[in-house]
Design a protein around this ligand. Structure first.
Ligand SMILES: [Zn+2]
Length: 391
């Protein structure tokens, strides 16, 4: 089985994807699930951990891409040990099946993935190559790096996807894993950078991402062969952004946060806003209730505010420890104002044009369109096909 993640391709991009040969060929042979809600908070790491476990973020524990305090360079939640549930690759290793992963989130230092090229980001000043080598199979990664580094241009896209694809096709042909995972991020990178603009360079860049995705999909499907089960899914869509709001600036104004080396330091009460793109969460620390109420009312009247998150959203996302959560209107997101986001995700699931899709292809699976799918159904489906005990 090969599980392919098309990062940030929403259901609204499905028609465009169908105009590309490899995707349309796969989709025509697959059970296609349309208009599928992402999982809140609709960010990459929580959703990928859900696809790997069949559980909600509140249950597997990966509720955010990064650590929560808004430091300048937050640590990404890359370490496999952070997932507090059994993953498909762990269940596969119990059955002595061979597993492989390339740039799949939250797989660093995996004890069970046999061929692992994890997605890890080097800390500032550290070598990316050394960071990656330590977090996955060193010898395999070194071999793949030497063979395929010609595809790389730093972390630029779609070069990085081309490298990931070259690594995975090599692994599929050379080691014939029973279960393999690959995460392709060209579209996510370019959407963050360009938004969904229809003119000039942006349009060219987005089209280049579509072409790269399809070329890489074609290579992956050829290497996987006709007999392998294929699952392809998207983790979240994206919403165009014109303005990035950082509510921590208000805390700074109120003397509740300070700034050091262009990053925040908690004040005496330890309160802060955790910005997750389309949503943000307030952690009150030891702040008194009057000040919390005042901040609640400030947020309610702030630019870009859409609504407060409800109890169910806090529960499902795993943010029950937050004092309150809220979300932005289309055109706005929460984060660092100096970042150059042109679109983002992390919004609640009732945003228009925000759903995702997935495809299941394999012997005995009826092709055609389906509704009422859930990203949480992917892991149990994969477990059943492979004869694994996931739960
Ligand atoms: Zn993503």
């Amino acid at each position: 089985m090969l599980i392919i993640s098309y990062d940030a391709l929403g259901d609204i991009e499905f028609e465009t994807l169908m105009s590309f040969p490899a995707f349309s060929k796969l989709a025509n042979k697959s059970a296609v699930f349309h208009d599928v809600p992402s999982l809140f908070v609709s960010n990459t790491y929580p959703v990928h951990a859900s696809v790997a476990t069949g559980l909600k973020p509140s249950e597997h524990g990966i509720i955010s891409n990064t650590e929560s305090f808004p430091v300048t360079n937050p640590v990404w939640n890359s370490n496999e040990a952070l997932i507090k549930a059994k993953t498909l690759w762990q269940a596969a290793s119990e059955k002595n099946l061979k597993t492989a992963a390339v740039f799949w989130p939250v797989t660093a230092f995996s004890k069970t993935i046999r061929y692992n090229v994890p997605e890890v980001l080097a800390r500032p000043g550290k070598s990316q190559l050394m960071t990656s080598l330590k977090a996955g199979n060193s010898l395999l990664q070194l071999k793949l790096f030497l063979l395929y580094r010609k595809h790389l241009d730093g972390v630029r896209q779609p070069n990085l996807d081309n490298f990931a694809t070259a690594c995975m096709t090599h692994i599929l042909r050379e080691y014939i894993p029973d279960l393999a995972f690959i995460h392709l991020t060209a579209y996510d990178f370019l959407r963050h950078e360009h938004g969904r603009s229809n003119n000039g360079l942006s349009k060219q860049a987005i089209e280049a991402a579509f072409h790269a995705l399809d070329k890489n999909l074609n290579a992956l499907l050829n290497a996987a062969g006709d007999d392998r089960d294929i699952i392809l899914f998207s983790d979240h869509s994206q919403i165009n952004v014109d303005m990035i709001i950082d509510p921590n600036e208000e805390l700074k104004t109120r003397g509740l946060l300070s700034v050091e080396n262009a990053g925040y330091l908690p004040g005496e009460h330890g309160c802060f806003f955790e910005c997750c793109g389309g949503s943000a969460f307030f952690h009150k620390g030891t702040l008194d209730s009057g000040s919390v109420e005042s901040l609640y009312s400030y947020i309610e009247n702030s630019t870009g505010f859409r609504r407060f998150l409800n109890a169910n959203e806090l529960l499902e996302s795993g943010y029950t420890h937050a004092t309150f959560g809220f979300c932005a209107k289309a055109g706005y997101c929460y984060g660092k104002p100096k970042s150059k986001e042109k679109s983002n995700h992390g919004y609640p699931l009732d945003m228009p044009d925000y759903s995702v899709f997935y495809l299941l292809k394999g012997r005995g699976i009826e092709s055609g369109m389906n509704k009422n799918g859930s990203l949480l159904d992917i892991a149990p489906f994969a477990a059943k096909r492979l004869g694994l005990n996931l739960f």
